[in-house]
Design a protein around this ligand. Structure first.
Ligand SMILES: [Zn+2]
Length: 129
């Protein structure tokens, strides 16, 4: 299977320049299930990320891959020019569109979080514009 070249437009259906972290997620979960990593190694969401997940996130339809007790939340942070160093949390699609229209070279980081066991993983980084 050929690998995508860095200058390629990425997988079909994805925005050019997007980076998908699902393979890294699968690898991490494989290592956890094989006993290489403990639950505290993989369920380590910082308290601020937990707070954001509880109050400023979108509900996913996917169950937590670690505890299977709740559905995951997706938190979106936008980083780029004229935004705080820690990024700006985006709750709605309208907010995302507004940030995209204000300035170029901004990127959206999507992180899944389980509010039951503190599992968290970066899903995707994509340009917004
Ligand atoms: Zn969980």
């Amino acid at each position: 299977m050929p690998f995508l070249q860095p200058e390629s437009s990425g997988r079909p259906g994805k925005a050019p320049g997007s980076v998908d972290y699902r393979f890294a997620r699968r690898q991490l979960l494989f290592r956890y299930r094989a006993g290489e990593l403990s639950r505290s190694d993989v369920c380590d969401a910082h308290s601020e990320l937990m707070r954001i997940a509880l109050h400023c996130s979108q509900r996913s339809t996917v169950s937590c891959p670690v505890c299977d007790e709740s559905t995951l939340r997706v938190v979106k942070f936008v980083f780029g020019p004229r935004l705080p160093a820690g990024g700006r949390v985006v709750k709605t699609r309208a907010e995302l569109k507004k940030l995209a229209s204000e300035r170029a070279n901004r990127r959206c980081y999507s992180v899944e979080v389980c509010t039951s066991c503190r599992w968290n993983h970066l899903l995707e980084v994509s340009p917004i514009s």
